[in-house]
Design a protein around this ligand. Structure first.
Ligand code: PEP
Ligand code: MN
Length: 343
């Protein structure tokens, strides 16, 4: 349930509503809107029968949320959430682009990639230091050494750093070096990890699980938000289907669905979504047209020599060309009034 406070509700009214709800054993979460405050109520809704919330001063109405995820839902928070990554916004109508190699392989490789990311106008540098690989014999990542290179490259270029955290024990070290923590597709339902990143104060980019339904994905985000971290960004990266031509099937309809069901921003990763570098540019264009708040793209200074995901990595030249196109398209969408913000 959410409690919608009237526009003239005082801070005292809100405090009273929160303490009344908490006194019957339920928890609350306050969301400040532009003109109204909303109090979310979590826990066993049966307990609400002993409290007439609508009779409390400053309460306009209550709205039941039927879905299993609440804090993530647009019913709970009608306005789209904008996530501020130390001054770089995601979800404000601009296009956030995260790019870089699949894995951090060396200081030189990462720095070369970072320069190309910066020169093309993207705002985030990506790169895996802990790599979740299908085969135990594949390159597993440079771990903390890789994190250090990422932080150094971020500092040098002014790019924000996004990198994956694969286990609970590494959350603290990844949070020390990264601006945004990525939860990979294989960990989307690692509930202990989701709760752990829910307790830190850094944005979390939550990739869609390999075969996850939208409902499972939204509930995974709820795990993070229910621990107190509201800065969650969805990332559609393709789901497994019967089509073997592409690595996954990039579900761009998820962009529209998530925009309708949730207030959180969503970005699209066509690299893992298709597995083919030639398909990246058209899928980036399609994602922007569909209303994505950003893109995640793999780019490698020398894809033929990449230790992972070379076949889906753009060269710096191709990345530059793609960026020039999406920048124009995003500007056109905004200026022509065609940009899709809420559904
Ligand atoms: C990645 O972004 O490097 C990655 C491993 O992606 P996913 O979790 O989507 O497979
Ligand atoms: Mn990859």
């Amino acid at each position: 349930m959410v409690i919608i406070m009237s526009q003239d509700a005082t801070a005292e009214n809100i405090k009273n509503v929160v303490s009344s709800v908490e006194s019957i054993g339920l928890s609350t979460k306050i969301m400040e809107g532009e003109s109204q405050t909303i109090v979310g109520v979590m826990g066993d809704k049966g307990k609400m029968c002993c409290l007439n919330v609508e009779a409390l001063s400053g309460v306009e109405k209550t709205v039941a949320i039927s879905k299993s995820y609440k804090l993530v839902s647009r019913e709970f928070h009608p306005q789209s959430t904008v996530i501020d990554v130390d001054g770089v916004k995601i979800g404000d109508g601009s296009l956030a682009v995260m790019a870089g190699p699949c894995a951090v392989e060396s200081r030189e490789q990462l720095f070369e990639a970072a320069e190309a990311v910066k020169a093309s106008g993207a705002q985030f540098l990506r790169g895996g230091a802990y790599k979740p690989r299908t085969s135990p014999y594949s390159f597993q990542g440079l771990e903390e050494e890789g994190l250090k290179y990422l932080a150094e490259a971020g500092e040098r270029t002014g790019l924000k750093v996004v990198t994956e955290v694969t286990e609970v024990d590494n959350v603290a070290v990844v949070a020390e070096y990264a601006d945004v923590l990525q939860i990979g597709a294989r960990n989307m339902q690692n509930f202990r990890l989701l709760k752990e990143v829910g307790r830190i104060d850094k944005p979390i980019m939550l990739k869609r699980g390999l075969s996850a339904t939208l409902d499972e994905w939204l509930n995974a985000a709820e795990y993070i938000m229910s621990e107190g971290n509201s800065k969650v960004i969805f990332c559609e990266r393709g789901i497994r289907s019967y089509e073997p031509y592409t690595r996954n099937t990039l579900d761009l309809s998820a962009v529209a669905a998530i925009k309708h069901l949730s207030h959180l921003p969503i970005i699209v990763d066509p690299s893992h979504g298709t597995g083919k570098w030639r398909m990246i540019k058209p899928m980036c264009f399609a994602a922007v047209a569909a209303g994505a708040d950003g893109l995640m793209v793999e780019m490698h200074p020398n894809p033929a020599r990449a230790l992972s995901d070379g076949a889906q990595s753009l060269t710096p030249e191709n990345f530059k060309e793609m960026m020039s196109g999406v920048t124009k398209l995003s500007k056109f969408m905004q200026e022509s009034g065609l940009a899709i913000r809420e559904l």
